[in-house]
Design a protein around this ligand. Structure first.
Ligand code: GLP
Length: 241
């Protein structure tokens, strides 16, 4: 496990983008696991810059997103599909067929979950997974639980997550109560993982995830067992370490 302490959010984002760029340069057909949330937004901006500079190309890259709200269609500004297009995909040369995000509007959501796992396997797994972290220690939408949920599944969002994510919606009522997320095993099967966190609000969760008991009540704690994980933290998120 590596911990990189960045000066600030900008530096954290630049360091993350550089690591992702190195992955793409060394393996142009990399499979990237991608995250949403406010944390990776600047990382995507730096990757777009590296693409515009012609340092990297996404022409052979495949992306697989962690999660999606249930019930929001692609045109909904709060869907993760919309987020990814708006913050990243619209500005790079990725092929639409190489983008994967669970469909939270499908009738048969169980099938969406099992098909997602099959798709990941058919792509030979994820080379590099980017993660943010929820205030309650969730990764993807794997909420605190009594056990680690292995594969892609549907979940009920925690009250705390609904509250935290309501800042993107008009009001709390509009936040979907359910989502589809990769499971903890799906995430742990990625060959490399980078977890990003910034801000003092994440400091305690980061400390517990790195040094606390490995416990499904704090899903990110399982990352202690991953053979190639890097936490990139700004000063504030790292202040308890
Ligand atoms: C969301 C996403 C996670 C993300 C987390 C943190 O609910 N499902 O993938 O890491 O919350 O979000 P933020 O980066 O906005 O703090």
């Amino acid at each position: 496990m590596r911990i990189i302490k960045a000066r600030d959010y900008n530096d954290m984002s630049k360091k993350a983008a550089n690591m992702i760029a190195a992955q793409i340069l060394l393996k142009p057909n990399s499979v990237l696991g991608l995250a949403t949330g406010s944390t990776p937004i600047m990382t995507y901006k730096y990757l777009i810059k590296l693409f515009e500079d012609e340092t990297i190309s996404f022409s052979d890259v495949k992306t697989i997103n962690l999660d999606e709200y249930i019930g929001l269609n692609k045109e909904n500004a709060n869907s993760y599909y919309f987020f990814m297009c708006n913050n990243f995909f619209n500005f790079i040369n990725i092929k639409p067929e190489n983008v994967h995000i669970p469909d939270g509007t499908a009738e048969d959501l169980e099938k969406v979950c099992s098909d997602y796992e099959t798709m990941i396997q058919e792509n030979n797994g994820i080379d590099l997974q980017i993660l943010g972290i929820g205030n309650n220690g969730h990764i993807g939408f794997n909420e605190p639980d009594l056990k680690f949920e292995a594969v892609t599944h549907c979940i009920n969002l925690d009250e705390e997550t609904i509250k935290a994510n309501s800042r993107f919606f008009e009001n709390e009522e509009e936040v979907p109560k359910k989502a589809i997320t990769m499971g903890v095993k799906t995430i742990m099967n990625a060959r490399k993982i980078i977890l990003l966190a910034n801000g003092s609000g994440k400091a305690e969760t980061i400390f517990k995830s790195l040094y606390g008991k490995i416990d499904p009540a704090l899903p990110a704690s399982i990352l202690q067992l991953h053979p190639d994980v890097t936490f990139i933290l700004d000063k504030e998120a790292a202040y308890l370490l």
